[in-house]
Write a protein that binds this ligand. Structure first.
Ligand code: FES
Ligand SMILES: [Fe+2]
Length: 320
């Protein structure tokens, strides 16, 4: 994982008011809970008293109550009450505090700050202003691979005519020009520029352009396919552990002026996304090792430029 980043981890709708959701993310067992008035909290899912899962407890006001002996914790992880000691006892419970993580929400996604609290940035890594007036439908799938592999697959323009030969890669465009890769506002941008191989040499990246259909990636785990002005696909790759990832896939559109029609289109688009994503999954989960690395010993092609740039920047972020 890259430290000091906001990771998109879960749809907001998965944590309802007054309830608790247990998830494994970033190699940690977490209990996400929401008070009746909507405030979200996230703590490690293990009580400091005798180890029970806090996610099996209850929400009590703004706090989470352990199911075993009813110790209570607020969203900062502070132990606010120990019933066995009685209300009359001084409630200095610091040694029972549980590890908490800062979570924020935007566009229906829960983001978790992974790193030093004092390094926290105010801005979440979403595609701000780029999805206004769109409607979307979201689906998910679980892949047995590290999230870096799942992300690289979405930046891989070389596999498209091979893996997706009968869907989005129809036309046998196996010759890979460039592609051009650039960084804009710290997001990686690239676009496929593939052609049928008629015996010509592939163009160098510097002779290619970013087309109107392009890919945009924001670290650490958000990707967008800008298909057209009216259609986008967004994926957030929630890391579960070093060998598994949940992909949350959204199909966005604003094709008509009627939101309900656009929602129907989004539902159909979501089904198409699942077909395409399963074609990828079949191959990507076989890659070894499970996580990618800048110095991996893989023998990359010119067409792998987006993957190389993804790895370089990831390495920089990991070491800075
Ligand atoms: S194990 Fe949680 S209160 Fe005892
Ligand atoms: Fe693919």
């Amino acid at each position: 994982m890259i430290q000091n980043q906001w990771y998109a981890i879960l749809p907001s709708s998965k944590v309802k008011a007054g309830s608790i959701t247990a998830v494994k993310r970033l190699n940690m067992e977490l209990a996400l809970f929401r008070s009746q008035d909507g405030v979200l909290g996230c703590v490690v899912d293990q009580c400091t008293h005798r180890g029970a899962a806090l996610s099996a407890g209850k929400v009590s006001g703004d706090c989470l109550r352990c199911p075993f002996h009813a110790l209570e914790f607020d969203k900062s992880g502070k132990c606010t009450f120990i019933p066995a000691n009685g209300k009359a006892s001084p409630q200095d419970n610091r040694r029972y505090n549980v590890r908490a993580y800062t979570v924020k929400e935007e566009d229906g996604i829960i983001f978790l700050w992974y790193g030093d609290e004092e390094k926290q940035t105010g801005k979440l890594p979403f595609f701000h202003g780029e999805l206004d007036d769109f409607v979307y439908r979201e689906t998910k799938d679980h892949w047995n691979t590290h999230y870096s592999r799942a992300i690289e697959n979405q930046l891989d323009v070389v596999h498209v005519p091979i893996v997706h030969y009968n869907t989005i890669g129809r036309g046998n465009k196996t010759l890979i020009n460039g592609p051009k890769v650039l960084f804009e506002d710290d997001a990686l941008i690239t676009s496929a520029n593939n052609e049928v191989d008629r015996g010509q040499l592939p163009k160098k990246p510097e002779d290619c352009v970013i087309k109107t259909t392009y890919l945009k990636f924001r670290y650490p785990n958000l990707w967008m396919n800008h298909i057209s002005d009216k259609i986008r696909v967004v994926i957030y790759f929630a890391p579960v552990d070093d060998e598994s990832t949940i992909l949350y896939i959204r199909f966005y559109n604003k094709i008509t002026r009627l939101a309900f029609v656009n929602r129907i289109i989004a539902s159909v688009g979501t089904l198409a996304n699942l077909v395409i994503e399963r074609q990828d999954k079949r191959v990507v989960i076989t890659q070894k090792p499970k996580a990618s690395a800048l110095k991996s010993g893989e023998k990359l092609l010119m067409g792998d430029a987006p993957i190389i740039e993804y790895r370089k920047r990831r390495e920089q972020l990991k070491t800075q």
